[in-house]
Write a protein that binds this ligand. Structure first.
Ligand SMILES: Cc1cc2nc3c(=O)[nH]c(=O)nc-3n(C[C@H](O)[C@H](O)[C@H](O)COP(=O)(O)OP(=O)(O)OC[C@H]3O[C@@H](n4cnc5c(N)ncnc54)[C@H](O)[C@@H]3O)c2cc1C
Length: 549
């Protein structure tokens, strides 16, 4: 950029231009390959238009605005009447309009609330991955809306009434009874002060009252509190039970929910997460009394899948920013992207993402086919917690490394890396934190041991010709059989996810990438940091696939 007269020292040189006005689908070979390998046969034109739209400079700017202007809670009006509303920046509403308009909240369900079937999950996952690269906070209600339908299936008559509003592609942010709106969104309140993981310790009580239940208690985290209804767990006489609590009672009166305050969060700042109390709030029972944990299982699996996709999206944007910058920035007379040590770091990050994207799209395919194929159902059951564990916990480290590739520029708030980094840990924490995911893998192995072992055998066979695969399969099998399986679960689950990623890559990536993943991830020679994997012959392939130069 030319300097203005009198400011000769302020000419800006040797900086990368903004990474924007890019096609987030077509510039991403691993994504395209994973989507094609998992059943979305010929989608590129539509997905490329989607990728171009979300990669525009305008969308990046809206994401900045939505996060620089976090939501505000209005508990009362000027005269002291309760309001209990959260005001969002227009940019947040814009993202809700975009994602709901694209169907990300409901495209895997038919108008009756049944599964759409293959390849809806993979097609949605590809879009979700693109959106997650740009703005994450608004995706919380998008995820919850689509996932809650899985639990509402336990009450077909209620679901039939709600589904036209849920499936609507019109975002309607007004605080109105759901039946007067053009579309509705769903949230959830499970976590209480005394227990998040252990929801059986819920103290919130439910008693039968008229056509529904009256619920009294609190929730310590209830995100996207302007949703139109919330899945809530509460203690009914027969034990923990699932309910749907609307913002308005069926008679049109406002329901008895009061928002205490909003969390002041590390990241996820465009989204609101409320502390809330209920005082005889009206709710419909979902599923049998005392079977609440069982009722929410389907919903939980779907949100876990989204956590993993979102973390992939965050990693992808961080990697793309690092690659882009390294191609412009010169240090010691050579572009960073041509410096051997930087190339190794970039390629190692690209390798991580190759595995993560292939795996998450393979998992989405299992969701697509689970209803009609028991082997795919077993894959989804065993691998959903393992995939969430590995991918969500990988994100902060990869994003940090990408940040470092930009040097000091990566650390400042004007850039996107700082926001990605602050956003990253939440996907690992909510909807089952790391240890809880590992315990869930053990539970799948214990309860459905034959099916789970068949999945393990299949993964080992698919990855058999890759370096390190036999070793990884043995570690997994031995760790799960050992008497102290619980204490060793992290080591085993990590290896399980890596083995599954290697198997998924065999379906979608070139041989050089699969081989590099075997050497760089399955075998134990790699150090703890990025740049320590032995990748020499695959470096160029990995970098060019990640972002063509
Ligand atoms: C931004 C954000 C938004 C959220 N939004 C919502 C929402 O909308 N609705 C909602 O219901 N909740 C929400 N949550 C809450 C979230 O789901 C919980 O924080 C999460 O489930 C963990 O529960 P907890 O905080 O009570 O931690 P705990 O359950 O106390 O767990 C603490 C740690 O102990 C580990 N641990 C638990 N059990 C074991 C065990 N048996 N062995 C070994 N380790 C174990 C866990 O892995 C975790 O690392 C949100 C959280 C965040 C951060």
């Amino acid at each position: 950029m030319a300097a203005r007269a009198g400011f000769d020292t302020h000419e800006v040189t040797n900086q990368s231009p903004p990474y924007e006005d890019v096609d987030l689908f077509s510039s991403d070979r691993p994504l395209q390959d994973a989507v094609a390998a998992n059943g979305v046969a010929a989608p590129p034109a539509m997905l490329a238009a989607f990728g171009r739209h979300w990669g525009s400079a305008a969308m990046f700017e809206q994401a900045r605005l939505a996060n620089d202007n976090p939501p505000r809670l209005k508990t009362h009006d000027a005269k002291g009447f309760r309001r209990d509303v959260v005001e969002f920046h227009p940019a947040y509403h814009g993202f809700m309009r975009e994602s709901i308009g694209a169907g990300l909240h409901a495209m895997t369900w038919t108008a009756q609330g049944a599964r759409t079937g293959a390849p809806a999950e993979v097609a949605r996952a590809a879009r979700y991955y693109v959106v997650a690269q740009v703005e994450n906070g608004h995706m919380c209600p998008v995820t919850m809306t689509r996932a809650c339908v899985g639990a509402l299936a336990a009450e077909p008559a209620l679901l039939a009434k709600l589904m036209p509003k849920i499936a609507s592609r019109r975002y309607d942010p007004r605080l109105q009874p759901w039946w007067e709106k053009e579309g509705m969104t769903l949230g959830m309140g499970m976590t209480e002060k005394q227990g998040g993981t252990d929801v059986r310790t819920n103290t919130t009580r439910a008693v039968e009252a008229g056509d529904g239940y009256a619920i009294t208690g609190h929730k310590w985290f209830m995100s996207a509190p302007m949703c139109d209804a919330f899945l809530v767990l509460a203690q009914a006489p027969a034990g923990p039970t699932c309910f749907l609590m609307p913002r308005f009672r069926p008679d049109g009166a406002i329901n008895a929910l009061q928002f205490q305050r909003l969390k002041d969060k590390l990241g996820n700042r465009s989204n609101a997460s409320a502390e809330v109390e209920f005082a005889d709030a009206f709710a419909w029972r979902i599923g049998e009394e005392g079977r609440g944990v069982r009722t929410i299982i389907e919903m939980v699996q779907l949100t876990r899948l989204d956590c993993a996709i979102a973390s992939c999206g965050l990693m992808r944007m961080a990697l793309a920013q690092a690659l882009h910058h390294a191609r412009y920035r010169t240090v010691f007379q050579r572009k960073l992207a041509d410096q051997p040590l930087m190339r190794r770091v970039l390629a190692d990050m690209a390798l991580e993402l190759e595995g993560a994207v292939a795996l998450v799209m393979r998992l989405a395919r299992a969701f697509d086919r689970a209803a009609s194929d028991p082997a795919e159902a077993a894959y989804a059951r065993l691998l959903t917690p393992a995939v969430k564990y590995w991918i969500c916990k990988s994100a902060p480290a990869l994003i940090y490394e990408a940040m470092e590739c930009l040097g000091g520029n990566g650390y400042v708030e004007e850039g996107i890396l700082a926001r990605l980094y602050r956003e990253a840990p939440v996907n690992a924490i909510w909807e089952g934190s790391g240890n809880v995911m590992c315990l869930d893998v053990l539970r799948a192995l214990a309860r459905e041991s034959e099916a789970a072992r068949a999945v393990l055998a299949q993964l080992a066979q698919q990855a058999a010709d890759l370096p390190g695969s036999a070793e990884a399969a043995t570690v997994v099998a031995q760790a799960f059989l050992a008497g102290d399986a619980e204490a060793n679960a992290r080591a085993a689950v990590e290896r399980l996810a890596l083995l599954a990623a290697a198997a998924a890559l065999k379906d979608s990536a070139p041989a050089a990438v699969c081989d590099a993943f075997g050497r760089g991830r399955l075998s134990s020679s790699r150090g703890a940091m990025y740049g320590t994997a032995a990748l020499a012959s695959a470096e160029t392939t990995l970098i060019e696939r990640a972002l063509p130069s």
